[in-house]
Design a protein around this ligand. Structure first.
Ligand code: ATP
Length: 297
């Protein structure tokens, strides 16, 4: 397997408060990783360390084989980055910033730029300071893609975009980027969006990586089982590996399962029951369970 991004033990604290702790994570080349966490979980800090914009206290990593601590300029040349907060030269026009940025890269796809300026109806003569938040995000995406990077790092890219533009943004990620075998590291609170595009998701909470799973694996193994038994089962039933939470809903048991679904179902079915339903979980429900489960530990 070829890794586009390899992070190894990244750690960063600010004034003694841990922001990211010993975070190790690999992203396969050509895949889309969704990076999920609550506000303040450590996503932006991780991304900034990845791109050499913030020095880790310890740990390191590689992007496309280049060290994120020792070769950060080479890393930045190979990566397209859409920051959470767009800091662009407000006095420049759209055209001016495109021409200004062009000088830093050996590759520059003018046809792609034109296509997306037209597509988003961005006024190329307008000053950046006069653009709306969403328009600035669209421009940031164009700037990030213009030099045809192999890796795209997007920190909350769809914040500020209206629903129609968010859909278009997702389509671009899928069409332009992933179909060309590029790697996307996508931090987002829009879990429905992540669910649609990501191959894998990584959950971060309070600076620690909780879990990394393929979307397929999450969708097929993370479920809730709702069962009404004919008589009370032994409590040992609920201590099986893979069960994360058991609650009551009237006469029903609601059993949250993270893995080992088949094994757990086989055990449950040994007890006579009236009804048994397997309930699919969407990414938002899975995310909330994960964070809640981590808090209880
Ligand atoms: P959000 O989803 O709200 O953008 P995030 O997951 O990106 O959050 P970070 O911005 O990485 O979170 O912040 C992680 C923690 O580090 C937070 O507690 C934050 O207050 C702290 N932090 C981040 N940057 C700094 C800084 N420059 N100085 C001090 N503390 C910081």
């Amino acid at each position: 397997m070829t890794w586009a991004i390899e992070l190894d033990g990244l750690t960063k604290s600010f004034r003694g408060k841990m922001a990211v702790e010993n975070l190790s994570l690999n992203v396969e080349a050509g895949s889309i990783l969704g990076f999920l966490g609550q506000n303040g979980a450590g996503k932006t800090t991780t991304i900034k360390m990845m791109l050499g914009l913030l020095r880790p206290d310890s740990g390191g990593g590689r992007i496309l084989g280049k060290s994120i601590t020792g070769e950060s300029l080479q890393v930045l040349r190979k990566v397209g980055y859409v920051a959470e907060v767009q800091q662009m030269y407000g006095y420049m026009s759209v055209n001016e910033i495109l021409n200004f940025s062009r000088q830093f890269y050996s590759r520059w796809n003018s046809a792609l730029i034109k296509r997306y300026l037209d597509f988003f109806s961005l006024p190329s003569k307008e000053k950046i300071k006069n653009l709306s938040k969403g328009m600035k995000t669209q421009l940031a995406l164009i700037l990030a893609m213009a030099h045809e990077p192999e890796v795209l790092v997007l920190d909350e890219p769809s914040s500020g975009l209206d629903p129609i533009n968010r859909q278009e943004f997702l389509r671009i990620i899928l069409d332009e980027i992933s179909l060309q075998g590029k790697t996307v590291f996508l931090s987002s609170h829009q879990l429905h969006d992540v669910e649609r595009v990501a191959d894998k998701v990584a959950f971060i909470n309070q600076g620690r990586l909780l879990d990394v799973r393929s979307m397929d694996n999450l969708k097929t193994t993370v479920k809730k089982i709702r069962v009404v038994f004919q008589r009370e089962p032994g409590s040992s039933l609920f201590s099986q590996p893979g069960i994360t939470e058991v609650s009551r809903e009237g006469s029903a048991y609601l059993i949250a399962v993270e893995e080992n679904l088949e094994g757990i179902l086989a055990e449950i079915k040994k007890y006579p029951y009236f009804t048994l339903d397997i309930i699919d979980q969407n990414l938002e429900e899975i995310f909330i369970e994960k964070v809640r489960g981590d808090r209880h530990e």
